[in-house]
Each structure stands twice: as C-alpha cells, then as structure tokens.
Ligand binder design. Structure first.
Ligand code: ADP
Length: 164
C-alpha cells in the first residue's frame, strides 16, 4: 500500500490545496494531510479549526485522512508508514524553497522521496496568505476557498477578532 503525506500549514486550506489532494489521491492508495504545528507562526485558525476545515473540504475524497503533527517531518512520514511527501509547486519562487527543503530531507533520510505536483493554472496565483490579505480588506474570496472556509472567514471578520 503506497501512502503519501501532504504536509503544510493550511491556514486556511484553499482550492489550490484541494486540487493537489484530489490529484494525489488518484495516484496513491492513501493520502495523509499532515497539518504542521509551526511554533514560529501565529496562525489565523487554530490547529483544531484547520483540521476541521480540511476534513470538511476533503470529505468527497475517500482515501484521504487529516492529521496534525509537530517536530521533524521525516519522522512523521515514517510514523505514517509512508515514504513519499507531496508538495505543490506554483511560481518559480516556490522552487528555491522547496528544492532546499527536499534536499535537506533527502540528506537526513534517503528513503523518503519528495514528489512535486504542478499547480493547476487556475490556482497558480492562490495562496493562504493571499486569502488572508483579501479577507482583511473584505475582498471576495468566493471560488478561491472551499465554502466552509469562506463561511468561517466571514464569521471571523464579523467578530472582528482577527488582526493580521
Ligand atoms: P507551508 O506553510 O508548508 O508552505 P502551505 O499550507 O502554504 O504550507 O502549503 C502547503 C503545500 O501546498 C505546499 O507544498 C504549497 O506549495 C502547496 N500549495 C499552496 N498553494 C497552492 C496552489 N495554489 N497550488 C498548488 N499548490 C499549492
């Protein structure tokens, strides 16, 4: 059984992420979405909220599991009985960072492969930080994020409890 891990912050999940999950789930027997707890970042959504939104956004994909982790990615991947990491690539600016990251992981664990999937052209401009910027100025995020995320962001903006 081939298991792949899609790691990320997903703060929040966008339609660009969901597109990668859908495509990865066709290739692998099981896809684990690993939401990373990054102690250096102050996220818009808590870990529990991000996991919930991911579960809701991927409920149409049968072989997907949503999980969270902290610590070293390679150790997490092994604990999932996986040896493949999937990352999405957008513009060239992703490449530099992802290239370094993939080589570093390869250096500390040669059994793990990082596989890159090109973004679909309609999502190539889409990022979680872009969504947060748009939300901050009340911009229209319809069609860019799953509906549950859109609703959650609107709620948050109405509560006025989120300052970027
Ligand atoms: P991280 O904080 O680890 O960069 P993100 O949540 O921003 O995590 O992204 C997770 C993964 O999804 C990364 O591999 C990123 O390149 C990819 N990704 C983000 N947005 C898109 C998109 N619009 N199309 C394809 N891949 C994307």
């Amino acid at each position: 059984m081939q298991i792949a891990v899609c790691p990320g912050s997903f703060d929040p999940v966008t339609n660009g992420h969901v597109d990668i999950f859908e495509r990865a789930s066709v290739i692998f027997d099981e896809v684990v979405i690993g939401v990373f707890h990054n102690p250096n970042k102050k996220p818009m959504f808590t870990m529990e909220q991000r996991v919930e939104l991911l579960k809701e956004s991927t409920k149409h994909i049968k072989n997907i599991r949503v999980d969270s982790f902290s610590g070293l990615l390679n150790e997490y991947v092994k604990r999932q009985n996986a040896n493949v990491i999937i990352r999405g690539l957008r513009a060239t600016k992703d490449f530099e960072y992802e290239f370094q990251r993939a080589l570093l992981i390869k250096k500390i664990d040669s059994e793990i492969e990082t596989i890159f999937m090109m973004t679909s052209s309609e999502y190539s401009f889409l990022s979680s930080s872009g969504i947060k910027e748009l939300a901050k100025f009340n911009g229209n995020i319809k069609g860019l994020v799953p509906e549950c995320v859109e609703i959650k962001i609107k709620q948050r903006m109405n509560e006025n409890s989120y300052n970027i």
